[in-house]
Design a protein around this ligand. Structure first.
Ligand code: ADP
Ligand code: MG
Length: 702
């Protein structure tokens, strides 16, 4: 643990704070940056460098150069016009330069007294009064020049750069940097870790700066390789740890009276080939005694719900319970509505039922549902994450299905554990409409098996997407009229103004009123927003589903998953403010029936008459493709993997150094090495993971 920086000379090992004294402000700031262990400091790499290794002649500098000179102060005065400032002239024998300081301490003024020899570093500006430097860095002249470039680290308030620099230097000196990658296995041309880290903190002045900036330098290669290896190792460890766990084996019931067969018989459609295949993949997993850990990805509307229902039926047929969770109540309610319709009559014949559980339920009702889960009568429990709250006990939970899994945190997934009873773990099926590009699947989700619904149910007509500038809003209202005349329904999604729910609400209310008066009395225009009580939300959703409301104005609470096949037009206002996958999800709310559907993306250029570059790329992608996989690929390109995954939501530690779009070769290397290393050098593997992921590794094993 690093001690206060001020009390210690830089190279001495830091001491833990004395007992009884809390962490100092510096320690707290360091901790905020994740700098706790020596290795954390060593792996905290500079964001850029400054060159203090050379003294240049003033006469050789040009406008804009970052230069270090040594010179004698020839004039020094404080002037008060136009504002108080210290103006100093220095002369290095080749030329003179004027230094200006607006906020300065008396000590600086003393340091810059006439006759002093100083070392000055700053940006040279060639003003018409001659050379100038604003607020340069000043030291006494004559001290030894450093041999390496000076690192500049990203820092936060309360942690001045020089303090952080000292802390990193001593952390790096203390850190054990022994090799954890067996020498014979290191990637070609990569440096040793110790050499790489020392170099990246203190590069030789003659380094080709571009190779540090684009991370192509062999020192960088080494770090990226190590990082990817740690990630692969930890995922593999998690997978192996899981294979040691036991889950209930859910064998197929041959009987024609099985719930699964009965469900297939009542479905109003035949399964697509893709659904059939995925149902079988899942069934195979469920029949094994190793807990399933499967991601079902399929574009919006690809029919994941019925796959989930069939998995649930398999589980119930085997005499166990199933839980299905969705991130929002509306979405959970939709699932509930659909599954109750399909399954409840069939379950009733068997003395079982579907139960509904959410946080907003009345206590009495919730207690009744919990009791049904506990005594096993509730064969299927559907709800929000209230389903896995500690209070809810299951008699024999064997399968947990999580819809839109990327919105569930790791902690919530962990909470599922221990719900199967005894030593058993439930099987886990996660569903996502945001397909994961292959590179991400190979790295972040190496621990998951993936099933893909790559086929939409038949009879869908493709959604036509139109970009329309805000000033043509009236034409959009005309379009709505046309849809309504054909008996269709319409979604209108209001702009996303994240800072203020109140403003969102006002906008949505205004839009509803505006549409209601434009469309006339015969048209029901409903409003749905996040602040409404749940019961009211559900009432509005039900009215829309039953076509008592024809237009639904909504803030983004019409989350993923809402299913009203008669809706054929979706208008998204200020589409430029939405993320790409969000737009794609929203668009997926239409095109669910046989009617030709359209999505209008209303966008408003800013004052300059323009839409930002990333926003333009998103809108363009939406207009050009409706393939979720292609959208995901483009999204990754626009945002990069970090944002794509949403670090906080996924709980996956993001790569700090490696970049999956450029480091595929290193990823391949890490993927190949990880299993061999776990088999042949398990203790090295352990140390390697600990070094890179530390406490996060435990988290990952979840
Ligand atoms: P998502 O994958 O987005 O969750 P849903 O499960 O909500 O998709 O399915 C979208 C719509 O397609 C629903 O109305 C559902 O009943 C319907 N559907 C699902 N599978 C089929 C199929 N094989 N044939 C026809 N319609 C289907
Ligand atoms: Mg769905």
């Amino acid at each position: 643990m690093p001690a206060t920086a001020k009390s210690l000379p830089p190279e001495k090992p830091a001491q833990p704070a004395a007992p009884g004294t809390g962490p100092s402000p510096v320690q707290r700031a360091l901790r905020k940056l994740g700098l706790v262990r020596d290795i954390d400091f060593a792996l905290y790499l500079p964001m850029r460098y400054e060159d203090e290794t050379r003294i240049v002649r003033l006469a050789d500098t040009c406008d804009g150069d970052l230069a270090q000179i040594e010179a004698v102060v020839t004039e020094s005065e404080v002037v008060f016009r136009p504002r108080r400032q210290l103006i100093v002239t220095v002369d290095d024998g080749s030329d003179t330069c004027q230094l200006r300081f607006f906020n300065f301490y008396p000590s600086q003024q003393k340091q810059l007294a006439v006759g002093a020899r100083v070392r000055v570093r700053g940006e040279v500006r060639g003003g018409f009064v001659g050379r100038q430097m604003m607020h340069p860095n000043v030291k006494a002249a004559g001290t030894e020049l450093p041999q390496a470039l000076t690192p500049v680290y990203s820092t936060i308030a309360g942690l001045p750069q020089p303090v952080l620099r000292r802390e990193v230097r001593s952390g790096l000196a203390r850190a054990a940097l022994d090799e954890t990658v067996p020498a014979a296995c290191a990637p070609d041309g990569a440096w040793e870790l110790r050499r790489a880290l020392h170099f990246l903190h203190y590069p030789a002045p003659d380094v080709a700066m571009a190779t540090l900036e684009d991370h192509s330098h062999p020192a960088w290669q080494r770090l990226k390789a190590d990082e990817l290896l740690a990630q692969q190792l930890s995922q593999l460890q998690a997978r192996r740890a899981r294979s040691a766990q036991r889950a209930p084996m859910l064998q197929a019931v041959a009987s024609k009276d099985s719930l699964g067969e009965a469900l297939r018989a009542v479905l109003p459609f035949a399964l697509t080939g893709a659904q059939q295949r995925v149902v079988e993949e899942i069934a195979r997993d469920l029949a094994r005694e190793v807990p399933m850990h499967r991601l079902l990805q399929g574009d919006v509307g690809s029919g994941k719900t019925v796959v989930a229902a069939l998995a649930a039926a398999r589980c119930i047929d085997a005499g166990y319970q199933c839980a299905l969770m969705a991130p929002t109540e509306i979405l959970a309610a939709q699932h509930f509505g659909k599954l109750v319709g399909w399954l409840d009559p069939l379950l009733a014949e068997r003395g079982l039922r579907v139960a509904w559980l959410t946080g907003s339920q009345k206590k009495k009702e919730r207690d009744a549902m919990s009791a049904a889960a506990e005594n096993g009568e509730a064969a299927l429990v559907i709800g929000t994450h209230a389903v896995i709250s500690e209070k809810v006990r299951f008699r024999r939970l064997a399968l947990a299905i999580i819809d839109e899994q990327h919105r569930f945190g790791v902690a919530q997934r962990l909470a599922l554990r221990g719900k199967a009873g005894g030593q058993l773990e439930p099987h886990l099926l996660m569903m996502s409409a945001t397909p994961i590009p292959r590179t991400l699947a190979m790295s972040y989700y190496a621990d998951l098996d993936v099933s893909t619904l790559d086929e939409l149910p038949p009879g869908r007509t493709p959604i036509v997407t139109k970009l329309v500038a805000e000033h043509r809003r009236d034409e959009v209202v005309d379009r709505i009229r046309v849809q309504l005349e054909q008996g269709r329904q319409v979604y209108w999604v209001c702009p996303l103004i994240e800072e203020s729910e109140a403003v969102d609400l006002r906008n949505a209310t205004e839009t509803r009123d505006e549409l209601a008066s434009a469309l006339g009395d015969q048209v029901g225009v409903g409003l749905l927003h996040s602040r409404m009580p749940t019961a009211e939300k559900q009432a509005v959703m039900e009215s829309f589903t039953a076509n008592r409301l024809q237009v639904l104005v909504s803030t983004t609470v019409i989350e993923v998953g809402v299913d009203v096949p008669n809706a054929s037009l979706m208008v998204i206002e200020h589409a430029e403010r939405f993320g790409l996958s969000q737009l794609h999800q929203l668009r997926g709310r239409v095109g669910r029936g046989a009617a030709a559907s359209a999505c209008v993306l209303l966008y408003a250029p800013n004052e300059g008459g323009r839409v930002g570059e990333a926003a333009r790329a998103r809108l363009k992608a939406m207009a050009e493709t409706s393939d979720g996989f292609e959208i995901a690929r483009r999204d990754l390109g626009i945002r990069g993997p970090g944002e794509f995954l949403g670090a906080r939501q996924s709980g996956a530690p993001l790569l700090r150094f490696a970049d999956l779009s450029t480091d595929l070769l290193l990823l391949d290397w890490a993927r190949a090495l990880a299993p061999r290393m776990l088999d042949r050098h398990p203790e090295l593997a352990e140390r390697h993971v600990d070094r890179w992921l530390g406490s996060k590794a435990e988290y990952l094993k979840a």
